[in-house]
Design a binder for this molecule. Structure first.
Ligand SMILES: [Zn+2]
Length: 411
């Protein structure tokens, strides 16, 4: 088990010094020096590293491709680079980033137009291209383009055999609708249009649960997953952003309570109903993705039990979440967000420190460890969800930690 993550030897808390690391502290560990930097100095370092990384990501995923898009998805493809550029623009207001972002989305639009019928989610499909395209067009002030992307979004049809999970399924489309409603305006996609899909998701969950101990249950490729990418955590997260009837709210709460009650003795969560091995501490499978869903439940319902469960799950991420990968999906970048989310929920500065600690580890060591072969560079090493794109993204998000949101998950 230990080979999946680095033992977390960082202190549970380090007070920030007035001036940060000085030459008299040369003998001190470079990671500890970073950890004791006051937040403004730390955030200046992060921004510089993030903008350098962004340049590499653009060069490797766009420049060297001859500007032809093969993988258009946000998860591992060109749309992820566009999402990173949009975040960089939001932080620095550099118009070149926004223009390049817009150009990449247009290429993703051309590359995805024929996949309307099969891939439809925000993370891995056409909805992501059209929704991000619309939001970016709003920022460039191009109303014609904005309406064009919205029109394209509304042409997306959900195949009948579509699964329910976030990455490829119905809630991955619903998430894109909520994204539009948040960033373009309320009712950009109306509740009336979304409700039949919500009804299908709830009905399918009840049918598979068939009156068992968990009110809602889903299957993807024959397994009843629990995590954010393919399972209950992701589906419940999206449902909590939508208008539900009181009985549906109780089903969501009951499903989360079932997961809390049946978590592993370690505090971690199983990847699926069928799987009893306590191994994965990823956003996709395990405590990290579930922590974000529990934070959401605490924010939406206000129940103390969800606050406590989220804190418990965050403990697992601190102890076993320093993964030997950098990305958002199953790497340290994604796991850093867990503490930002808990910080937003509780206001406790210890969580901000923990997020800072994971980011410091990445900043100080990740690229060296990858070069030495001690850390996996990712199957798509520059992508948003599996590679350095994700590291750049969390660095940019930590500059203003109170508004940081896990990309394509927290709204
Ligand atoms: Zn993953």
């Amino acid at each position: 088990m230990a080979d999946r993550f680095f033992p977390n030897e960082m202190p549970n808390f380090v007070a920030e010094t007035a001036v940060g690391g000085t030459s008299s502290q040369e003998a001190r560990d470079s990671l500890l020096n970073l950890l004791s930097l006051p937040y403004p100095a730390f955030s200046t370092k992060l921004q510089k590293a993030a903008l350098d990384l962004k340049e590499s990501v653009v060069r490797e995923t766009w420049g060297s491709s001859g500007k032809r898009v093969k993988d258009y998805t946000l998860y591992t493809g060109a749309l992820g680079t566009a999402y990173l550029l949009f975040k960089a623009y939001q932080v620095t207001k550099n118009g070149n980033d926004l223009n390049l972002c817009s150009q990449i989305i247009k290429a993703c639009d051309s590359a995805s137009i024929d996949s309307r019928c099969s891939r439809i989610t925000f993370l891995c499909g056409r909805a992501g291209v059209c929704a991000l395209g619309a939001v970016v067009a709003k920022h460039t002030g191009d109303e014609r383009l904005l309406n064009n992307y919205l029109g394209q979004f509304k042409k997306i049809r959900l195949p009948r055999d579509l699964p329910y999970e976030l990455l490829y399924g119905r809630v991955g489309y619903l998430w894109a609708c909520s994204f539009l409603n948040k960033h373009i305006g309320k009712d950009t996609v109306s509740t009336i249009d979304m409700k039949p899909i919500v009804d299908e998701v709830i009905a399918a969950g009840k049918q598979l649960a068939h009156g068992g101990r968990c009110p809602l249950m889903y299957e993807w490729h024959g397994k009843k997953y629990w995590g954010a990418a393919h399972g209950l955590a992701g589906i419940m997260y999206v449902l909590m952003d939508l208008e539900l009837r009181p009985d549906e709210v109780e089903d969501v709460k009951g499903t989360l309570r079932y997961m809390i009650k049946n978590r592993f003795p370690s505090g971690n969560y199983r990847s699926s109903e069928e799987n009893n091995s306590d191994r994965l501490v990823h956003w996709c499978h395990g405590a990290p993705g579930i922590t974000l869903t529990l934070v959401k439940a605490a924010e939406v319902f206000g129940d103390k039990e969800f606050v406590q469960a989220a804190k418990d799950a965050g403990e697992v991420v601190w102890n076993r979440g320093l993964l030997k990968r950098v990305g958002i999906c199953h790497g340290i970048s994604g796991n850093s967000y867990i503490f930002l989310s808990l910080y937003r929920l509780t206001g406790n500065p210890e969580y901000l420190y923990k997020a800072k600690a994971f980011a410091c580890f990445l900043l100080d060591r990740a690229q060296k460890l990858i070069l030495e072969g001690k850390m996996h560079g990712g199957d798509r090493p520059y992508s948003l969800f599996e590679g350095l794109g994700g590291m750049a993204y969390i660095f940019l998000d930590m500059i203003d930690p109170k508004v940081a949101k896990f990309p394509a998950y927290e709204l």
